[in-house]
Design a protein around this ligand. Sequence first.
Ligand code: NAD
Length: 301
Amino acid sequence: MTRVAFIGLGNMGGGMAANQAKAGREVMAFDLSADAVERAAAAGCVKAASVADAVKDADAVVTMLPAGPHVRQVYAEHILPNAPKSAVLVDSSTIDVESARAVAAQAKAAGFRFADAPVSGGTAAADAGTLAFMVGCDEADFAAVEEIIKPMSRVTFRAGDHGAGQAAKICNNMVLGISMIGVCEALALAEKLGLDPAKFFEISSQSSGQCWSLTSYCPWPGPVPAAPSNRNYEGGFATAMMLKDLKLAQEAAAKAGAATPLGATAEGLYALFDRLGGGGRDFSAILEMLRGNVVNSTRAG
Ligand code: NAD
């Protein structure tokens, strides 16, 4: 039986680890939060006492941690010194390209196969095993990485070498952050012009304004029943997480000398929404700020 060590059992990792167990793998689960480990055990995983304990006999290690510093520390101090060299190492956290490349270099120097493999799809897709994976790894390692990812994935791309998965993820989320603001501005303007926003949705979703932020995740309640706008923007993809990803994109753009003026503006607007109290709400709730509503207490519609 394939033995997978899973480190980081939060909103995303909890569902992803459960899907590894559902696929018949032995999942050694660890998180700093004892509650998260208990939830993983209830979903069929085996409780590990530490990262070292989880990885010691692993065929594969999957990490789903908050940010670059966590990934650097957990790999340097716990995974690389304790995992068998034969283990395939997959980091699915969203982190900066530089950290991903640094960890990859350390892992490779120590004799491991490593992939940065961030995901798109949010917690619903993590629970359903339908995430999109963007992988940066050596070409020769991709088949082994894909095999580990399979129970958690709807689609998996090899974006390129180490760091390319993270580059794809932050570029994708920059598009998403910008397009959501564009859709929200248009809905707010439609309302001010006396055009029913639901009618605008119907028209634009079949015209050139059509995009994922409008037709799959409509920030106006009603037209897309599964969207967080229908549950007062709870759950979904937190504004604070979107802000983190936009900051990563801006840092990467500054280092690479790329001009990303709309990305910078989007970062500024989400930062403002975060400061106004919107950080824990789904990022599409920025519609309320753009409509001039009080961020915490009102509901669009
Ligand atoms: P989360 O905060 O819910 O989970 C992170 C988990 O890591 C926590 O349970 C925390 O206790 C654990 N952790 C932190 N340091 C640790 C350590 N040293 N050892 C073991 N466990 C440790 O975050 P999340 O929403 O699950 O996101 C995880 C990653 O996935 C982030 O990088 C995020 O940007 C990315 N992501 C999130 C979403 C989303 O919709 N939430 C979507 C795509 C990608």
